[in-house]
Ligand binder design. Sequence first.
Ligand SMILES: Nc1ncnc2c1ncn2[C@@H]1O[C@H](COP(=O)(O)OP(=O)(O)OP(=O)(O)O)[C@@H](O)[C@H]1O
Length: 259
Amino acid sequence: MSKRIEVNDLNIYYGKFLAVEGVHMTIEPRSVTAFIGPSGCGKSTLLRSLNRMHEAIAGAYVTGEVMVDSQNLYAPTTDPVDVRRQIGMVFQRPNPFPTMSIYDNVIAGYKLNSRRMSRATADEKVEKALQGANLWNEVKDRLSSSGSSLSGGQQQRLCIARAIAVEPEVLLMDEPCSALDPISTLAIEDLIQELKQDYTIVIVTHNMQQAARVSDRTAFFNIAGTGKPGKLIEMDATDTMFSTPKVQATNDYISGRFG
Ligand SMILES: Nc1ncnc2c1ncn2[C@@H]1O[C@H](COP(=O)(O)OP(=O)(O)OP(=O)(O)O)[C@@H](O)[C@H]1O
């Protein structure tokens, strides 16, 4: 299931504005990669370009290459809808569909793609995804309740269940804990550790401790100033990045001297 991502000379634009410049990186399968860096350096923009969500914004486009195993995501023959199925995304604010039950939220990906399945198959998929998101025991007796009846942390785990229900290869997470309390944050971090057995995971985080706790590799991005493009400064094993980074700016950011 899990796949390797190779980014080659990726430039990401909003119209004429070059937001992220010249990114080369490899994201390993069955591991967690953290994107860190000061506000505006393009972490979320790069994340969204990894499943072609970036181009959903009017005028937004990329140049360069994103390879997922041997598939070029930006090849003319690649279907962006298929890409977004293979590469799931979890956002900053839990966003379950408010009018849908917990059950329907989990299989929403299938319903939106009009994929028919028997009730027994749907039940199986719902249970498997909720188990995978560590939410099953808390909701198994109220699957028909609304998704919005859950706590914030439960809603975020529901969104993770929804993302993994369609069996993606990669999970992109954009500050998935920033709206959560510390207990729910730890639950999501534990879950990320479990999910990496099966998925390639990329997480954007402002929380250095979180990057250190959950990720295997860390990528540090920076900008030279307002209006300038964000760039990848350094990427390495998380332990190395937090103990002996090669670049001074990485050290300054990690030790809280800016950002
Ligand atoms: N929809 C958009 N249209 C135009 N410019 C955008 C859009 N979204 C982001 N940008 C710009 O792209 C640059 C990178 O933004 P992005 O949100 O990716 O940075 P970030 O590192 O994720 O920031 P933060 O940590 O604050 O979330 C910024 O200059 C931002 O203003």
